[in-house]
Design a protein around this ligand. Structure first.
Ligand code: HEC
Length: 100
């Protein structure tokens, strides 16, 4: 009887130590797929305008560092400084807010 319970206990350890190894691998694959962001044509152009014009006076601010509302007011404020057109500003907005 004692041998049976030892056997059962070691079987349980084997099962539990093996199973979690499989799960993180599938989760990692899912994460990689989700992080792949597809940009629209406007966003691609916006990114280029952003990188070319918005790091002259200060560091390039992370798109995720501001909410869409904040970006709208910041971009209106920065537009004359960067000397960009309304269309260019809209494209930057599209990029930094990622279509939100
Ligand atoms: C002629 C210089 C100049 C250019 C070009 C410029 N900025 Fe700025 N920017 C400033 C100044 C000055 C400030 C305020 C002080 C600071 O934070 O460095 C500022 C602040 C900011 C801030 C912080 C605002 C806040 O309070 O949250 C953001 C974000 C920003 N700029 C984005 C941009 C973007 C996007 C562009 C391109 C369209 C741009 N800037 C182009 C001068 C510039």
């Amino acid at each position: 009887m004692k041998l049976k319970s030892i056997l059962f206990a070691s079987m349980t350890i084997v099962i539990f130590s093996c199973s979690p190894k499989v799960i993180p691998t599938t989760q990692n694959i899912e994460k990689e797929v989700k992080s792949e962001v597809v940009l629209t044509q406007n966003q691609i152009e916006g990114k280029a305008i952003f990188e070319a014009n918005c790091a002259k006076c200060h560091k390039l601010y992370e798109p995720s560092s501001r909410t869409p509302e904040k970006w709208a007011s910041v971009l209106k404020w920065m537009q004359p400084k960067a000397r960009i057109s309304d269309v260019e500003r809209e494209k930057i907005y599209d990029y930094v807010t990622n279509g939100m």
